[in-house]
Design a protein around this ligand. Structure first.
Ligand code: F6P
Length: 355
């Protein structure tokens, strides 16, 4: 038992004081934590709760929806509908934005979320999570899609919950990244990881290596160098991890460093990347950058991207600052033709990626 425990509510009251927008944001984050507790309870029941398995439906991404995807989405939507603080939302499970009935008065925030990320892991009892981002709603009118399409630097708050051996809630309101652990008996989130920091250097990378032949040369170069370890330019051995649950992979990186990559590839040329900008890349970039790390596509900072669509996909390279900067450098050298490796016939597929 922690001495002098700081609950999530106490923490938010301390961090978000001053304006009425700040205190409303604190209240919204407490609401999000309530939805997270509900999802945590559902996921923890597993097979006993009858919540595993797929539905017949697919989401806007064309992915088969799991029962828990839809139940988690509903948990968030119901919480926002009751809370009165959110005017509209966008989520992985809804093709279009959803307006929340204003009732007594319009909410001043927009919520964007992936209710259950990594859901291919649900049925095999591996950690999954929820990711959220909070934006400012327009004043005096209904929200429109364009109100959601703002650069990631404008997020008011972002974070995720991880449903692992313990449930944790990790958030930032732009004043560092902080982690809370759910005390299940009492039902409170307790501050257990204040001011989380991603080490600038790492010897661990995370990528789905089965896609190697589809990657761009700069990513191939980076991974080959890591795998060559001591025998090549890096001068030290690297370790690799891939949980296939972005939340769990990013959480590990937040705890001990590393670099997470889901780069652009040619597996499906119609997609700019696999992960979604608004409810995966942006919130995770804010969380990681507030902890001293960096979020990039390899060519630009994720938080600077002007979104064109709420379900837009982007390449993602997130984690320890020096590694992300190295990967950006490799992209730059490739694009500008200044790395002699790329003149080799090995890399003649370069034209596949030409903009
Ligand atoms: O949202 C998609 C997601 O499930 C992420 O959580 C995860 O990082 C990725 O897809 C896993 O992709 P793959 O199955 O290609 O390894």
């Amino acid at each position: 038992m922690h001495q002098g425990r700081t609950t999530l509510s106490k923490f938010l009251i301390q961090q978000l004081k001053g304006s009425s927008e700040q205190s409303d944001l604190a209240a919204l984050l407490v609401d999000i934590a309530a939805a997270v507790k509900a999802i945590s309870a559902m996921t923890a029941k597993g097979e006993l709760g009858g919540v595993l398995g797929s539905l017949d439906s697919t989401n806007v991404q064309g992915e088969t929806q799991k029962k828990l995807d839809v139940m988690s989405d509903t948990a968030f939507i119901n919480t926002f509908a009751m809370g009165g603080l959110v005017a509209g939302l966008a989520s992985e499970e809804n093709d279009d934005i959803v307006e929340i009935d204003p009732g007594e008065g319009a909410g001043r925030f927009l919520a964007v979320f992936d209710p259950l990320d990594g859901s291919s892991n649900i049925d095999v009892n591996v950690s999954v999570g929820s990711i959220f981002s909070v934006l400012r709603a327009p004043e005096g009118r209904k929200p429109e899609v364009s109100d959601f399409l703002v650069i990631g630097r404008q997020q008011l708050a972002a974070g995720y919950a991880i449903y692992g051996p313990s449930t944790m809630f990790v958030l930032t309101v732009g004043k560092g990244t902080h982690g809370f652990t759910l005390d299940r008996e009492v039902g409170n989130f307790i501050l257990t990881h204040p001011h989380m920091q991603v080490p600038a250097d790492t010897s661990e990378f995370a990528i789905n290596a089965s896609n190697e032949r589809f990657w761009e040369p700069p990513v191939q170069r980076y991974v080959v160098e890591c795998k060559n370890g001591k025998t090549d330019v890096r001068g030290r051995d690297f370790n690799m991890r891939w949980i296939a649950s972005m939340v769990a992979d990013i959480h590990r990186i937040l705890m001990r460093g590393g670099v997470f990559m889901y780069p652009r590839d040619t597996k499906d040329p119609s997609k700019a990347g696999r992960l979604r900008l608004m409810y995966e890349a942006n919130p995770m970039s804010m969380v990681i950058e507030q902890a001293g790390g960096l979020g990039s596509t390899g060519r630009e900072r994720i938080l600077d991207i002007e979104p064109g669509d709420i379900h837009q996909r982007v390449p993602v390279v997130i984690g320890s600052r020096n590694e992300v900067e190295r990967i950006e450098k490799y992209h730059h050298e490739y694009d500008s033709g200044t790395d002699e490796k790329y003149t080799s016939p090995l890399f003649q597929e370069r034209s596949l990626y030409a903009n």
